[in-house]
Design a protein around this ligand. Structure first.
Ligand SMILES: C[S@@+](CC[C@H](N)C(=O)[O-])C[C@H]1O[C@@H](n2cnc3c(N)ncnc32)[C@H](O)[C@@H]1O
Length: 287
């Protein structure tokens, strides 16, 4: 039977519109709820010197101590962990409190792998990815390289500029997360990645990095390395540590000139009484 009520169609439409507006509302509410809990976490993190990476574990404890029920703690931490990985703000705050005005906990000397790699090479344009306080950029500038670097931390960048001034060299130090950094196209003769918190498993960023290298340009890469099959969620995914053998696959578009994995102190452990761990050193060239 046909429904002859002329308003029936209108009622059905408006019911549908009402239901879908409810769905939109709940998505908007969920998004603003996520924004609110993210902002609350960032406000907590700001200026706080916490040992654990971007304070995730400390914040989880803090929420629990505040009496937030466990499922709600987990819900919040899921959103916060995901955002910490995708957005630069948490790393920026965390590293700003790690790097003091007098320089960081980190090494002050250039990476020996880099010193070796540039021996006898005509200086060109170099990019230092996640440059920290610029130990490698300052070294390159002293050899005549047009050294550029970027880092998410305001303090690291400021310290890098002071270091360059003291050394009597010029570097370009840019405050930026890799997320928004403009890598450019076929721009760099040398890309340096030492202990760079860069998402090597994200093809988008690796693609940008490779596209930014000039033909014949070099990549100098040094970092820790985790065993194959190790848990790469959590901290490991945040700081982009490769698995054994993985780099060669990730950078397969480049010609690998040197590759080694061995047990040794990382640059960041030297003089700190730290334990040896697996490290990876790679020199590769864009064909
Ligand atoms: C272990 S330090 C290495 C610094 C330097 N490459 C070195 O070898 O001395 C890691 C650096 O990554 C930076 N960083 C972390 N997340 C970043 C991001 N999203 N974008 C750019 N830099 C980031 C930190 O501020 C820190 O300076």
């Amino acid at each position: 039977m046909h429904n002859r009520d002329p308003f029936d169609r209108y009622r059905k439409l408006s019911r549908r519109a009402f239901v879908s507006s409810l769905a939109v509302c709940s998505t908007v509410t969920a998004a603003s709820d996520d924004d609110a809990l993210w902002d609350e976490y960032l406000a907590w993190l700001k200026g706080r010197a916490v040992g654990d990476l971007v304070g995730l574990e400390t914040y989880r404890k803090t929420l629990t101590e505040r009496g937030v029920p466990k499922p709600e703690v987990e819900r919040r931490m899921k959103t916060i962990s995901e955002r910490s990985l995708k957005r630069p703000e948490a790393m920026r705050l965390w590293f700003n409190s790690m790097y003091g005005p007098n320089g960081a906990i980190g090494p002050d000397w250039p990476t020996p792998l880099l010193m070796e790699a540039v021996k006898g090479i005509t200086p060109g344009a170099s990019l230092d990815v996640c440059m920290g306080e610029g130990r490698n950029s300052v070294f390159l500038a002293s050899l005549g390289w047009k050294a550029t670097g970027f880092d998410v931390s305001d303090i690291a960048v400021a310290n890098a500029l002071v270091k360059a001034k003291k050394a009597g060299v010029r570097i370009e130090a840019i405050r930026s997360g890799y997320q928004e950094f403009d890598f450019g196209h076929e721009k760099w003769d040398l890309v340096v990645m030492t202990y760079a918190y860069f998402p090597i498993r994200d093809r988008k960023y690796v693609g940008r990095l490779i596209a930014s290298m000039r033909q014949g340009g070099l990549l100098v890469f040094q970092y820790g390395v985790v065993n194959r099959g190790a848990d790469r969620t959590g901290d490991a995914s945040l700081i982009g540590v490769p698995e054994a053998g993985e780099l060669k696959q990730i950078f397969r578009a480049l010609r690998i000139l040197h590759y080694e994995e061995k047990e040794e102190l990382s640059d960041w452990q030297v003089g700190q009484g730290g334990r040896k761990g697996q490290s990876v050193k790679m020199l590769a060239q864009k064909p």
